[in-house]
Ligand binder design. Structure first.
Ligand SMILES: *Cc1c(COP(=O)(O)O)cnc(C)c1O
Length: 347
């Protein structure tokens, strides 16, 4: 990492003047004021005011929880919005590229395509680990961002820390680590390394362990300068009032989440054991996430048989190194029992 971080940001965006919204200038939570500035309906119903565009209360709580500064956090409508903002910030349409390591989360490519940004692919090795040398070799000037997903979807494994460190040191661009499943992992989050590596961006989400996929809330943690400029290009009211309130409720009650995660981890161990005994399952891949990737004799067949029995899993056959693989989310204890019974009945 030799370049200055702001030099990596697209010139057109580096100097943009953000829209200053009414609720940027005055916070509607100050009840001593009369708000006649945003053309809202004045009659209170709990949602008649525009939400806080900076999600200050939420960031305050998250900063405390993660031992970070509020200026290192940006929130979006799911991590999908956050990932889109990252591509917009660093990649010039029709010129620049991102790098992905298949098999991985499909949204990185979709977001690149929508933004007219090229995609370089360097497949993960047979153990679903990054091939650091091949990545650095393929990382031309055009490549501005490398997307790492750790734990990786769909393989479920965490990526080796020394490999990631080599990429953070050796790549002259941004390294995004998507930690959507970090709460289920034995490995530590990379959040602690944000100060060491200004080119590191970590994303997390309320959609998985936090049990809040329905509210659409994702987080981006990065260098203050990146966050400042990214905050200027997001839509002002991208995180709605109901979402901000619900998220604060969840953060105020982390015990429930922690206990659910423990249950899921216990079920993961049980499922690994039982799935390994199913005759047509030839491999259960190690997992640091709330799902298991399994190799079967015939993924298309087993997938449709499960559907016929009322169970929906994800068919990952056709992805790199995922021949005949199904991705199975860990359900409730009852759901998992039914899954195993059903698989046994198909033997
Ligand atoms: C589920 C998932 C997300 C979450 O996306 P949201 O938009 O926050 O719901 C992000 N990254 C990966 C790899 C995922 O599997």
């Amino acid at each position: 990492m030799t370049k200055n971080i702001t030099e990596l940001i697209r010139p057109a965006i580096r100097n943009i003047r953000p829209y200053s919204s009414a609720r940027d200038e005055f916070d509607a939570e100050n009840h001593s004021m009369i708000f006649l500035d945003a053309n809202e309906n004045p009659f209170q119903n709990g949602l008649n005011r525009y939400p806080d565009p900076g999600q200050r209360r939420l960031k305050e709580r998250l900063a405390e929880l993660r031992s970070l500064k509020e200026d290192q956090i940006l929130m979006g409508n799911g991590s999908d919005e956050v990932l889109d903002l990252i591509v917009k910030l660093f990649c010039e349409p029709g010129k620049d590229a991102i790098m992905v390591l298949p098999p991985t989360y499909g949204m990185y490519e979709v977001i690149a395509n929508v933004n007219v940004v090229d995609v370089e692919r360097v497949p993960l090795d047979m153990k679903f680990q990054p091939d650091v040398e091949a990545i650095l070799e393929a990382a031309t000037e055009q490549v501005k961002i490398i997307f790492l997903c750790s734990p990786n979807n769909p393989s479920g494994n965490t990526m080796n820390a020394d490999g990631i460190e080599k990429l953070l040191n050796g790549f002259n661009g941004i390294v995004v680590i998507d930690e959507a499943y970090i709460e289920f992992s034995r490995s530590e989050s990379w959040l602690k390394k944000l100060k060491t590596y200004p080119n590191l961006i970590v994303t997390q989400t309320f959609s998985k362990a936090f049990g809040m996929a329905g509210i659409r809330l994702g987080m981006c943690y990065a260098d203050e300068e990146i966050i400042r400029i990214m905050s200027g290009i997001k839509f002002p009211y991208n995180v709605n009032q109901a979402t901000q309130e619900k998220a604060l409720d969840v953060l105020g009650n982390m015990k429930i989440i922690e206990s659910q995660v423990q249950t899921i981890l216990g079920e993961r161990d049980l499922l690994i054991d039982e799935l390994s005994q199913i005759s047509f399952i030839t491999k259960v891949f190690p997992s640091d996430a709330n799902f298991l990737l399994v190799r079967t004799d015939d993924a298309d067949l087993r997938y449709s048989q499960l559907i016929e029995n009322g169970i929906v899993v994800r068919n990952r056959n056709g992805l790199a190194n995922c021949e005949n693989c199904l991705r199975i989310t860990i359900g409730t204890p009852k759901e998992n029992t039914i899954l195993i019974q059903t698989l046994k009945s198909l033997e």
